[in-house]
Design a protein. Structure first.
Length: 110
């Protein structure tokens, strides 16, 4: 299943720490706060928050590190269960909007 998010931050690490190999990455996506249950003087939410999306490996983020933030991305998500609880696992990610190349400046022709 594909999920589209606005990526507002990302981090990745691939290396060895204390003899343990680590290969991890996370995207941070903007999410609108749920304002349906706002009650004046009792409960209030407005604006946006961020949610974390764990990536399958650091390479998933490294291949997008050149993109300016924010950008839209499509996550390939799979729902998995251990028999007790269900969670969403990201299997791949690809940017949807690539930055437009700036036009070359005009050259004066003699």
């Amino acid at each position: 299943m594909a999920v589209t998010i606005e990526v507002v931050g990302m981090k990745a690490f691939k290396g060895i720490v204390n003899g343990e190999a680590i290969d991890s990455a996370t995207l941070f996506g903007r999410v609108k706060l749920d304002t349906r249950y706002n009650k004046p003087g009792e409960n209030f939410k407005a604006g946006h928050a961020t949610e974390e999306w764990k990536m399958p490996n650091a390479e998933t983020v490294f291949r997008m590190q050149h993109l300016p933030l924010p950008f839209m991305a499509s996550l390939e998500v799979e729902r998995v269960s251990n028999g007790k609880e269900t969670k969403e696992m990201v299997t791949d990610c690809s940017p949807l909007e690539l930055p437009k190349a700036e036009p070359a400046p005009f050259k004066k022709v003699a």
